[in-house]
Design a protein around this ligand. Structure first.
Ligand code: NAP
Length: 328
């Protein structure tokens, strides 16, 4: 594989510098075609979550690759996540075991706490909105259980998603095993410089979700019956387009390369084999300093957050809600 393909996590484990996102990929034929195209194109890092409802399908497709003898379990880096109903010391083990069963794997490469807020537990599936209640959570106790999953060999590494700097700082004071990664929203319009600097200083790798600015987000809002949001298009941004023309690359490739240059691991989601191949074809060029600077100047900060979780208002009630509420 081409240059810069792997990064090293704090324990020495390797993580591919780009992954395939799978949120909203639940159609069986579509996901099967997408995942097979991704694996053929060289993706070895797959991001899922129990709440995406596609772990079992991903597990079945991976099993096909293992039994074909073409690839082995150790060739892949598989991430999944503890849902908010799992943020209780009595539920972490149950949820990771369920994800392992769904994925037909003996171990994960990375298990993330999906979101810092906890909810009540009514079953392994997503808690229906009419039964949903925010619950108190002690992140230290949950993290202790996450550490035990590493000890038990159920996951090689553990990490966080959607935690803010303050929440990470508190956890770093008491942890025995450090979070290896933080998965957060990062893209052209919300570059999260301070949080990323903090993570890098503390040897926490940053994984960028919505790295293309999620052009499919309004589709998701439609599915859950919510009003569409006005979102600027990173792919159509004139500066991105000019830089793309200069390097004879697509706008999507520039957006992804921009993150890779900053030691951030993007996990673009696509179900289109053509776009999947395009998105990984970003290891044969580098952006010069001037172009990086131009792209940095497009940052609009927190106001450009896309996935602000306001689609689920009870989350905002929690003292652990991680984002600035006045802007949500
Ligand atoms: N931890 C969390 O809370 C969290 C939250 C959000 C996302 N995530 C993870 O991060 C992954 C990626 O984020 P995301 O899905 O929000 O957004 P994204 O990857 O920025 O955008 C995905 C959208 O972009 C389209 N697309 C993909 N490649 C393209 C290209 N080269 N040109 C034009 N359009 C392209 C896709 O459409 P097609 O599929 O039709 O190609 C899809 O609609 C998710 O799938 C999930 O695994 C995690």
């Amino acid at each position: 594989m081409a240059m810069n393909f792997y990064k090293e996590m704090i324990g020495g484990q390797k993580i591919p510098s780009i992954g395939l996102g799978t949120w909203m990929s639940t159609d069986e034929t579509e996901l099967e075609t997408a995942l097979n195209a991704a694996i053929e194109a060289g993706y070895r890092h797959i991001d899922t979550a129990i709440v995406y409802h596609n772990e079992s399908l991903i597990g079945r497709i991976l099993k096909g690759w293992f039994s074909s003898g073409k690839l082995r379990r150790e060739d892949f880096f598989i991430t999944t996540k503890l849902p908010i109903a799992g943020l209780h010391e009595d539920r972490v083990e149950m949820f990771i075991k369920k994800s392992l069963e769904n994925l037909q794997l003996d171990y994960l490469d990375l298990y993330l706490i999906h979101f810092p807020v906890a909810s009540n537990y009514v079953g392994l599936d997503v808690t229906p909105p009419d039964q949903f209640k925010v619950e108190p959570v002690d992140h230290h106790l949950v993290w202790k259980k996450m550490e035990e999953q590493v000890d038990a060999g159920r996951t090689r590494a553990i990490g966080l998603s959607n935690f803010n700097e303050n929440q990470i700082r508190k956890l770093l004071k008491s942890c025995r095993i450090q979070p290896a990664c933080l998965q957060i929203e990062v893209h052209l319009f919300m570059q999260q410089k301070e949080l990323i600097n903090y993570c890098h200083k503390n040897h926490i790798l940053v994984i960028a979700y919505s790295p293309l600015g999620n052009p499919g987000y309004n589709k998701f809002l439609n599915v859950i019956g919510q009003k569409e949001k006005q979102l600027p298009s990173a792919l159509d941004n004139p500066i991105v387009k000019r830089v793309a023309d200069k390097y004879k690359k697509s706008p999507g490739q520039v957006l992804l390369r921009f993150l890779i240059e900053k030691d951030i691991i993007p996990i673009p989601k696509s179900v289109s084999p053509k776009r999947i191949r395009e998105n990984i074809d970003v290891f044969d060029f580098t952006l010069d300093k001037e172009d990086i600077h131009k792209l940095e100047n497009v940052d609009r900060g927190e106001e450009s957050r896309i996935c602000d979780f306001s689609f689920f208002p009870p989350l905002l009630e929690s003292e652990h809600f991680p984002f600035l509420k006045q802007r949500v």
